[in-house]
Design a binder for this molecule. Structure first.
Ligand SMILES: *[C@@H]1O[C@H](CO)[C@@H](O)[C@H](O)[C@H]1NC(C)=O
Ligand SMILES: *[C@@H]1O[C@H](CO)[C@@H](O)[C@H](O)[C@H]1NC(C)=O
Ligand SMILES: *[C@@H]1O[C@H](CO)[C@@H](O)[C@H](O)[C@H]1NC(C)=O
Ligand SMILES: *[C@@H]1O[C@H](CO)[C@@H](O)[C@H](O)[C@H]1NC(C)=O
Ligand SMILES: *[C@@H]1O[C@H](CO)[C@@H](O)[C@H](O)[C@H]1NC(C)=O
Ligand SMILES: *[C@@H]1O[C@H](CO)[C@@H](O)[C@H](O)[C@H]1NC(C)=O
Length: 478
């Protein structure tokens, strides 16, 4: 049985991160705190009726209605739905041994997950769903896709037991009904990839126990309401048309682990309150209209592993030299196309966990810091489309390890030292246009300042050592 359910478990772990417990197959969230007169038995994926137990008669009729509305008329032939043993329904007995429906799921999640599928041409969600007072989980995946319709506002009348509402890629159009704010016991609300428009209802702020809110992949407009969800760990509003600034109230969502607001039209500076999110592991704010400079509080995001700010014109501004100091867990840093200027901070080379570093499409100048040699675990490094110059500091093995994932093209004068072996390793299509750094001579400029010179692109470059800025400069501009 396990192979049948594992894709669902995987999928839901993905949906809900680790808000779902270690229960074997079930989409039901933890019961703690929810008043219920149901007897909690082990969940095993089937509705295991003891002999003599019966499904509540009104709920049985409601299930027939719901199944008919999705084109699953076969279910009406089943004399006792909680004994029907189809994947996608779960029931639990109360103390009188009457079974109640606690979970309904629809949609072909994967080839081997056999939830009932929906008739693509005529499916809808039956209002009889509100006759299931014990329902904790309602799950529709790609069910109404070919028969687009609004999210029914009657879902707001579902009992206060509802914990998980998933209407994922389900073809819904129109606004998010404000009535969903009545579902104050919800833990998971997932409306990913529908065609929802209008603004995010302020009423959702009433669902104070929300752990995962995914409204990504819609065309929602307006600004993000001043929500404060004390135990929210996942906030995904990616790919909408949200405007305005990021509300500073987001800093009061102290449990946030993932915050994805990418691909919207959010403007203004990042609110300082975000710096207090000590659990945040992923922050994606890419492709918005956020303004710089890069805030120093980024450093205080002590759990951060992934930071994606690309596509926000935050410049012209530099990366402060100590901005990422001490961020030991940072694995992915994506700052492409942000109009960042000035030198590459040497401290970036000292981020021990870094695996992916994209700094392409900016105006970084000067040379690549020698510390970048220490990026032993980086498998992807993009420095292309900047105005970098001087010798490429990487060793042969590092270039070999990254191969085409090392991008250095379109800079103003990068070169490799002859006999470094790089000439054999730099892939010609991705890293073309470099010559060897032709070492000319060492000379003394005033007292103890010594410069090395290279020729690149027919210019002579020099570097002053022992000065605060040891970047290469073109000799001809002096
Ligand atoms: C549900 O919410 C709406 C609007 O938010 C409200 O007017 C209505 O009274 C609520 N209904 C119930 C049953 O709580
Ligand atoms: C939402 O989309 C529907 C069509 O699906 C349209 O009639 C309605 O005007 C839109 N509403 C907003 C607020 O854009
Ligand atoms: C959020 O709160 C701020 C100040 O606290 C206020 O200016 C703003 O209008 C509020 N935004 C919304 C959408 O309620
Ligand atoms: C770098 O990668 C190696 C091998 O994958 C791993 O053992 C090591 O722990 C990594 N270092 C850091 C700081 O992540
Ligand atoms: C880099 O650009 C800044 C302006 O953004 C300039 O002040 C600085 O001199 C430049 N540095 C080098 C080494 O070219
Ligand atoms: C080279 O990079 C600069 C940004 O530094 C960009 O503006 C320019 O379009 C790039 N050139 C090409 C040919 O891609």
């Amino acid at each position: 049985m396990a192979p049948i359910f594992s894709p669902l478990l995987l999928f839901l772990s993905f949906l809900c991160f680790f808000t779902l417990g270690a229960m074997p197959f079930t989409v039901i969230m933890s019961d703690s705190g929810v008043p219920s007169d149901l007897v909690d038995g082990p969940q095993n994926g089937f509705s295991m009726n003891k002999d003599g137990a019966r499904t509540d008669a009104r709920e049985q009729e409601a299930v027939y209605d719901i199944m008919r509305a999705t084109g699953n008329d076969w279910a009406t032939e089943i004399p006792d739905v909680c004994r029907g043993r189809w994947h996608g329904i779960e029931c639990k007995p109360d103390k009188d041994n009457v079974y109640h429906v606690v979970s309904l799921s629809f949609g072909a999640l994967s080839d081997d997950t056999a939830f009932p599928t929906c008739d693509p041409t005529r499916s809808h969600i039956s209002p009889s769903i509100t006759k299931l007072p014990y329902l904790r989980t309602l799950f529709f995946y790609r069910c109404l896709t070919y028969n687009p319709q609004p999210i029914p506002s009657f879902l707001g009348h579902l009992g206060p037991t509802l914990q998980t509402l998933v209407l994922r890629e389900n073809g819904h159009v129109g606004p998010i009904p404000i009535e969903l704010g009545n579902l104050t016991r919800l833990s998971v609300l997932d409306l990913h990839k529908n065609n929802l428009n209008g603004s995010i209802p302020v009423s959702l702020g009433r669902i104070t126990g929300l752990r995962s809110l995914d409204l990504s992949g819609n065309t929602l407009t307006g600004s993000i309401p001043n929500f404060t969800f004390p135990i929210l760990s996942i906030l995904d509003l990616n790919q909408n048309l949200l405007m305005g600034s990021i509300p500073s109230s987001i800093g009061a969502c102290h449990a946030l682990i993932k915050m994805d607001l990418g691909h919207n039209r959010l403007a203004g500076p990042l609110p300082d309150s975000v710096g207090g999110l000590k659990s945040l592991m992923l922050m994606d704010l890419s492709y918005n209209r956020l303004k710089g400079p890069l805030p120093m509080w980024i450093r205080s995001l002590i759990s951060l592993q992934t930071l994606i700010l690309k596509g926000n014109q935050m410049g012209p501004t530099p990366i402060p030299s100590d901005l990422f100091d001490g961020m030991k867990g940072l694995m992915t840093l994506i700052l492409s196309n942000m109009n960042l200027h000035g030198p590459l901070p040497a401290s970036l080379g000292r981020l021990p966990s870094l695996r992916v570093l994209h700094l392409d499409g900016n105006n970084f100048n000067g040379s690549i810091p020698a510390s970048f040699r220490e990026l032993k675990n980086v498998s992807e490094l993009r420095l292309n489309d900047n105005v970098l110059m001087g010798p490429i500091p990487f060793g042969r093995e590092m270039v070999w390890r990254m191969r085409r994932k090392l991008r250095l093209y379109n800079n103003s004068g990068l070169c490799y030292k002859s006999n470094s072996g790089l000439e054999d390793n730099l892939d010609s299509s991705f890293n073309s246009g470099f010559g060897t750094c032709e070492y000319i001579h060492i000379f003394t400029l005033r007292e103890d300042r010594v410069s090395l010179s290279y020729t690149m692109n027919n210019l002579i470059w020099y570097r002053i050592h022992h000065s605060r800025n040891s970047n290469l400069r073109p000799l001809t501009s002096k």
